[in-house]
Design a protein around this ligand. Structure first.
Ligand SMILES: Cc1ncc(COP(=O)(O)O)c(C=O)c1O
Length: 411
């Protein structure tokens, strides 16, 4: 059901998150660090707890009841992920420990065997380190070149330049769907359209896309989509690599071990079918059960309702921040989701984060795992407030008041 932002029952959503109901240093907690890791609803905490209390065993091939139950719950979550992002088949859903592992998998299994000296990987200037360093590693290993599409002063990808950089030398385009540091929603449709014309596959780092946008990987048309469970209200140590089946099929395994095999002898190993070929060893079963519960939770609310609510709240936060004397917003893209970075006068972001914590307000500070982006803006670090479905206008008001207090302290 779709509802307007003003009638959305956000107060009810907030009550679903027990961690929010506490005081920090004598103040009600205002949690504005969901882009780093989101809080978990009771439904997720209970699902993980039930699994541990009643259903825990190792998955796949067990003949006993608990193993069947654990397998059903684990594989049930894979089906939920498939449905959540509208992938064509469950074979396209590789369960990983997070976005970082998913991107490294593509770097080592898809790119490394294909890359020749002189080939290129194209990224943008606003990437998280997880979408930079794996490409640097594979470029070092193969002699390929990492090319970086520029961004403008608003923190938007310079689209025309990026489109011009896509040619037959590019083996993969890897870009954020939403920037973790700036909240910029990137023009992925135009990039994918151009990449398609040139036959270049595209990986989207969806770590900040999935918690805030209604994701349909078939509609988006990307070849790979990577994301993390803990940023979408699920447990840490869980994540997903969506990959087009034909591409995954052609890729070699990236780690060897149990579960990713059909048959092993000292002469030869026959690998398991998709997606198990990419899931070596005992997985994070309880975490994946929690991920499934997080998806149930999000789907019951509806991602479009969440996006609409957060969009309005983000607009409110930005307009309130602009009233604060001495504030400099870092990143003012026309299309933003959830996050806003800023500097306050000469106050170092680390000091600012500490002062805000004394008032119960949790923000992220310093380089935000995006050092090249900080260099682009000529700063060593910044502060970031990021919103989730459980935040409200009172949170923003507390936050802005806390900034005023910080100014008083620093004179
Ligand atoms: C855009 C983006 N990509 C990748 C990551 C890495 O995610 P993880 O540490 O869960 O693997 C993050 C985490 O902050 C992120 O925001």
């Amino acid at each position: 059901m779709s509802v307007s932002a003003s009638t959305i029952p956000a107060a009810a959503w907030r009550a679903d998150f027990p961690a929010l109901n506490q005081e920090i240093q004598g103040h009600p907690l205002v949690y504005l660090d969901s882009a780093a890791s989101a809080q978990q609803p009771t439904a997720v905490i209970d699902a993980v707890s039930k699994y541990h209390r009643e259903d825990h065993a190792n998955v796949h091939r067990g003949v006993h009841t608990l193993s069947h139950r654990a397998t059903e719950a684990y594989e049930g979550s894979r089906d939920k992920v498939r449905d959540f992002i509208n992938a064509g088949s469950r074979a396209e859903i590789v369960l990983t420990s997070g976005t970082t592992e998913a991107i490294n998998l593509v770097a080592q299994s898809f790119c490394r065997p294909r890359l020749q000296p002189g080939d290129r990987i194209l990224i943008t200037h606003l990437e998280h380190h997880a979408n930079i360093v794996p490409w640097q590693l594979v470029c070092e290993q193969t002699g390929a070149e990492l090319v970086v599409a520029p961004i403008n002063d608003q923190g938007e990808v310079e689209l025309d330049t990026m489109l011009d950089l896509i040619d037959a030398k590019v083996v993969l385009v890897a870009m954020a769907h939403v920037s973790n540091a700036l909240g910029t929603v990137c023009p992925v449709e135009a990039v994918i359209a151009r990449a398609r014309e040139c036959g270049v596959p595209v990986l989207l780092d969806g770590a900040q896309g999935v918690p805030h946008l209604d994701i349909d990987v078939q509609k988006i048309g990307c070849d790979f989509y990577a994301f993390s469970g803990h940023k979408m209200f699920g447990p840490t140590g869980t994540g997903v690599l969506y990959g087009r089946e034909a591409l995954l099929e052609a890729m070699p395994p990236w780690q060897g071990g149990g579960d990713m095999i059909l048959e092993v002898s000292f002469d030869e190993t026959i690998y398991n079918e998709l997606p198990y070929k990419f899931e070596a060893g005992t997985p994070n079963i309880s975490g994946v059960v929690g991920l499934g519960a997080a998806i149930d939770y999000l789907q019951a609310i509806g991602m479009q309702n969440i996006a609409r609510y957060e969009h309005e709240l983000h607009d409110y936060m930005v307009s309130e921040l602009k009233t604060v004397e001495g504030i400099r917003l870092i990143g003012e893209a026309r299309n933003q989701a959830s996050a806003q970075s800023f500097m306050l006068g000469d106050i170092h972001s680390h000091d600012l984060g500490t002062i805000l914590d004394h008032q119960g307000v949790a923000i992220r500070t310093v380089h935000l795992c995006s050092m090249p982006l900080m260099q682009r803006f000529g700063i060593s670090g910044t502060s970031r407030a990021s919103l989730a479905l459980y935040n409200n206008r009172e949170d923003v008001d507390h936050f802005v008041a806390a900034l005023g207090k910080a100014q008083e302290i620093f004179g």
